[in-house]
Design a protein around this ligand. Sequence first.
Ligand code: FNR
Length: 367
Amino acid sequence: RMPILEQCYNLMDFEAVARKVMKKTAWAYYSSAADDEITLRENHSAFHKIWFRPRVLVDVEHVDMSTSMLGTKVDIPFYVTATALGKLGHSEGEVILTRGAKKHNVIQMVPTLASCSFDEIMDAADDQVQWLQLYVNKDREVTKRIVQHAEKRGCKGLFITVDAPQLGRREKDMRSKFSDVGSSVQSTSGSAVDRSQGAARAISSFIDPSLSWKDIAWFQSITKMPILLKGVQCVEDVIRAVEVGVQGVVLSNHGGRQLDTARSGIEVLAEVMPVLRARGWQNRLEVYIDGGVRRATDIIKAMCLGATGVGIGRPFLYAMSAYGLPGVDHAMQLLKDEMEMNMRLIGASKISDLNPSMVDTRALSSH
Ligand code: FNR
């Protein structure tokens, strides 16, 4: 009764299948978001407030969707963002995402709280470019070990998550009374977890809520990897990020899982880029967004507004959970096919053709 893979025509289709076939606790952890899940819904619907202003009579016989992220050339401007607990959805865990990313020549951001060990993920595909998502441990020696090990293994970027001094209340997840999978977390913290509060709360106990701007210099002293802040949500903090000398930001609300009624990444991008351009700072850092990216048109809108790339989370988790590697492969191929077609239809033969005049953002509140 499960639809065959070829019946998934877009990324939303994977979600519908995953909802039916996944274990309840796993579905609750992956799909849940904070409080009333208003930000979760807004993340995708915000893209619908942006309209295209396509150009006609452009030669689009050949479309090149490749671009560069932190010096790595990729086939298409998305990366697999960090999502914890891959083994909830598939017995092999995150290495499935690694192999999918390798096949499509895109980057994977490896979560601190992966089910597979960092080395298993690094070994899952030769020469696959990886970034590390970092939750900063109260014990800075643990953090230093994680960072320096990643760098030694060839990791190409350090993304410090800054929107989670405490994990949000995800009620769907709490109700499912996470109990059966805690042991599959690679506990880098070593601390015991309280499993009565849902998966998210069970794994959050070691995150340091005292982390602040003052700490960034310390990270710069322990690694040569480019440092980016994941979870920045307003232009004031982007300016601060430039001032402390990090290489980039991810405008993100953690997939709606942290502060509910926070704005979407695409909305914040529309606020941030004009200010950076006015200061002549648009090349001082790379600006990524994530949250709610489900269509290639969403990717194109972000690129028009000046993003370096976008992260995609849940759709690949759902594809992996429902169909394993063939599912992830198919989901990525669907995005590539959509992207090629929509680049043609908007009148862009390469990523650098995409610019703010190709979108009408008047319906966004931050316009
Ligand atoms: C996440 N996200 C996340 N972020 C992070 O910095 N560290 C983490 O451990 C996790 N874990 C995690 C688990 C699951 C199940 C989800 C869905 C998300 C947030 C993630 O990196 C990203 O910001 C969002 O997932 C992007 O939104 P979409 O693409 O899921 O809508």
